[in-house]
Design a protein around this ligand. Structure first.
Ligand code: NAP
Length: 546
């Protein structure tokens, strides 16, 4: 670690200027803490700054994909359509940044490379990749769950002579596909959004699919001004609803019964209705789709039957039909995804049957054929949850790194997904074992930021120097998270949820599935009991809470 400039001593350092970092900065600054946000990119936005690929939009409905802490912000911003496109979300985050005058405390073009806890001085030494260093009492990560992109280590990866892009790091200038031979690898949310848009422009698009996805229609539309007026008038009610909901959305389980209680005809009708409505509600058609394999199969089979209906060539339809539990991988929303495979300029290649063996100067080779390409799009996803944190060399007490702590055994362990034993005064926004990606993420971010802000104020008001999660509390929380996850189908399928998409990553389900309302209650109780499960150290006296 380089020499620290003592003049750069801050109360808090926050990493990342996306939804998390922006609100954390505001919350702490309002409470009088000197705070600086460090951001590797040239501007605000986090994943919405980086994910500029064609078709990029969000699956959460616009009116709840925003902060709710300020009525002024809610009243002054107007969303245009049901699902917000990347550019509109980025505009929104710029609007918030300017409206709250946040930019003056954000240092762009600065990647934080290390954060080491100094036990003697009870503060964090934080180093940027330009060699500058800072001291802060609190170290807070707002690095997102899906920001460490994954490009599989294909043989010959760098030999390709054409253009290559990852969806998560898309250029700012428009990529011209016109007349070109484009290959796209990956059929998760990113690939499924990009494929129909690229197909419209490309000379030919070849989609390399390893695992087919279950995708249901988004059915986006422009908002009616009257709907916006009513929404703005009712925002307080909406806010309470999403904060105490299961997943941070307005939609709830549509039929509060098992799928197996309905006859096949009744089920067909219910699934048809929800399919027509569009949006993420499909997984909520019945209350047991994520816990009962037999019920799940009814929804899975309905989507497979839709694929058969839409796709003209039965061989292509067969390749597009998934066989695992619907929604155990992140469910996908699309606009004309399956329809795109009826186009003459689109080819589907099954790379489970014939895996990609090499990227070549001219294109891509599978075990069966070579495909000549002008452009390769990697829609190959992310090293989720832990990946973004591991990009920083985070070391707690006795120099133990977070990476080593979490590599020990097969499971990452945290307390509430916010804190780690051995890492005093460090907080993670939407960290592993919090509801994070199983929720409408801004709702989870607001809850974490407010909890962390309140906690830091409590420490100041009570002259507490450090707060640190207790090992036993951490162990109990992780066990609780694992047990909840095991009671669902989510752990029964290989996905980025389980870490299975990253070679050699320990398998583990790092998301709290109990719901955002329940989670909020647990976090509030912990705080109300004087930060139960944490050790608090006053200047000369140690108190361990019960
Ligand atoms: P993803 O869901 O992990 O999909 C990656 C795709 O790449 C999968 O189809 C995967 O196949 C394939 N792949 C990976 N390695 C491969 C290899 N070596 N050979 C062939 N194929 C390979 O990633 P994503 O689509 O970027 O989405 C990640 C998450 O970001 C989403 O689930 C969502 O939470 C979020 N996101 C949301 C939105 C939205 O709100 N609409 C949009 C984009 C992203 P396998 O399935 O076989 O591994």
């Amino acid at each position: 670690m380089v020499q620290t400039n003592q003049s750069l001593k801050l109360d808090a350092v926050v990493v990342g200027a996306g939804f998390s970092g922006l609100y954390m900065l505001y919350r702490l600054r309002e409470a009088g803490f000197s705070t600086r946000v460090f951001e590797a990119a040239t501007d605000v936005g986090g994943v919405w700054y980086a994910n500029r690929y064609p078709g990029a939009k969000c699956d959460s409905e616009s009116i709840i994909y925003n902060y709710t802490f300020s009525n002024e912000l809610l009243q002054e911003w107007t969303w245009t359509s049901r699902f917000p496109e990347q550019a509109e979300i980025l505009n929104y985050l710029n609007f918030v940044t300017d409206r709250l005058d946040l930019r003056r405390d954000i240092q762009f073009n600065t990647r934080i490379s290390a954060a080491h806890y100094d036990e003697e001085n009870k503060n964090w030494k934080i180093e940027a990749d330009d060699g500058t260093a800072y001291i802060a009492k609190y170290f807070i990560t707002g690095v997102g769950c899906l920001s460490a992109s994954n490009i599989p280590n294909f043989k010959g990866l760098t030999s390709f002579k054409g253009e290559a892009y990852h969806t998560g790091h898309w250029p700012h200038e428009k990529v011209d596909f016109s007349g070109k031979r484009v290959g796209l690898i990956g059929t998760g949310s990113s690939g499924i959004q990009a494929i129909p848009v690229i197909a419209e422009e490309a000379g030919h698009l070849t989609v390399f699919q390893r695992t087919p996805a279950y995708s249901t229609p988004a059915r986006n539309y422009r908002y009616d001004p009257e709907f916006i007026r009513q929404t703005k008038a009712n925002y307080e009610e909406i806010r309470q609803q999403i904060r105490w909901s299961k997943m941070g959305y307005l939609h709830k389980v549509i039929n509060n019964r098992s799928a197996l209680e309905d006859t096949p005809e009744e089920r067909q009708q219910e699934y048809e209705k929800v399919w027509e409505k569009g949006g993420l509600g499909f997984s909520q058609t019945y209350n047991d789709l994520l816990v009962n394999g037999e019920s799940n199969e009814t929804a899975s089979e309905f989507i497979r039957s839709k694929i058969d209906e839409i796709i003209k060539d039965s061989n292509i339809a067969k390749k597009l039909k998934p066989s695992y539990y619907y929604s155990a991988k992140r469910p996908v929303l699309d606009t004309n995804y399956y329809e795109t495979f009826n186009r003459n300029n689109v080819t589907l290649v099954d790379v489970k049957a014939a895996p990609i063996v090499e990227i070549t100067p001219k294109g891509l080779k599978t075990s069966e054929a070579e495909h000549e390409l002008d452009v390769i799009v990697f829609a190959t996803g992310y090293d989720a949850m832990t990946g973004p944190l591991f990009k920083i060399d985070i070391r707690g007490k006795e120099g133990v790194s977070l990476k080593d702590k979490w590599a020990d055994g097969t499971q990452t362990r945290t307390y509430l997904g916010i804190a780690n034993a051995g890492f005093p005064n460090m907080f993670m926004i939407t960290g592993p074992e919090s509801p994070s990606v199983l929720s409408n993420v801004p709702v989870s971010i607001e809850q974490h930021v407010e909890w962390i802000g309140d906690c830091i104020e409590y420490l100041r008001n009570n002259e507490i120097e450090t707060i640190e999660a207790n090992l036993d509390a951490e162990e109990a929380w992780s066990k609780h998270c694992r047990e909840l996850a095991e009671s669902t189908l989510l752990t029964k399928v290989d996905s980025w949820y389980t870490g299975a998409n990253i070679k050699d990553k320990p398998r583990g389900f790092l998301i709290y599935v109990g719901g955002v309302g329940q989670y909020r209650k647990i976090c509030d109780d912990v705080a109300a009991k004087g930060y139960e499960g944490f050790s608090l150290i006053f200047t000369n006296k140690k108190i361990t809470t019960a």
